[in-house]
Design a protein around this ligand. Sequence first.
Ligand SMILES: Nc1ncnc2c1ncn2[C@@H]1O[C@H](COP(=O)(O)OP(=O)(O)OP(=O)(O)O)[C@@H](O)[C@H]1O
Length: 264
Amino acid sequence: MSGAMSGAQYAVEAAGIEKRYGGVVALRGVDVRIREGAIYGLIGPNGAGKSTMFDILCGITKPDTGTVRVLDMDVAGLPAHQVARRGVGRTFQRTAMFGESTVYENLLFASYGSMRHSVAARLLRLPVWRQDMAAFAAKADEVLVTCGLDGLRDQPASSLAYGTQRRLAVAIMLMNEPRVIFLDEPVAGMNENETASFIELMRTVAKGRTIVIVEHDMAAIGALCDEVLVMVDGRPIVNDTPARALKHPEVIAAYLGADDDEPA
Ligand SMILES: Nc1ncnc2c1ncn2[C@@H]1O[C@H](COP(=O)(O)OP(=O)(O)OP(=O)(O)O)[C@@H](O)[C@H]1O
């Protein structure tokens, strides 16, 4: 692997990651170091091991071998829900939300886990409940504006256009104030305008956060990422800026050999 960038603080550090599924070797020894504040892409042809690596970095899949630290947590040794509670957010390819509920209600549901009040406090409208709800309302207002959803708060989630639903998925994630965000193919299925507006949103959201993206859309990767790791056949090939990584001879050869993506 060549061209790794230097940086003092890493939000994500994984070393020696190996993973097998029965006889299939998905990852053959992958190291990743992602600087705090970076927008970092995992790319490569189909079957390269990107999704497996991504799931390992955010704690959903456990590696067979290797260590993973995110925000100094030992992610490989923690249950996924604990990782999620400690500053790590993730969106999924299939949008996870309550379709019949409004945009605002979806934000409220996402916030219950971090609220302090009991059911009794809510029923009795005790001060602890009022404080939680005031904090929620302030946060929700901020997140709705950031995500361009402030005019849509009372709309059922299922009535939103696909690209807007994806922005709601980001809003839901932002309610828990993640410091590291994992985005799984965020612009897949979006039209050109939706993609452009999503990229704009990600630039805003990236301020003060680290973002890790798996994405097949190379234009989106080029527009967003400071740095990419190109994986081929379970191995890291190059870690560099998108423009330089996509000129690497092994990367060009790997994409030419695949029938799915084009590297430029
Ligand atoms: N749950 C699983 N069971 C068996 N094999 C798996 C499983 N998940 C992944 N694999 C295999 O591991 C390898 C890496 O898959 P992975 O999905 O991580 O690649 P990818 O780069 O994300 O591919 P794509 O771009 O097509 O999503 C592939 O050979 C895949 O078939």
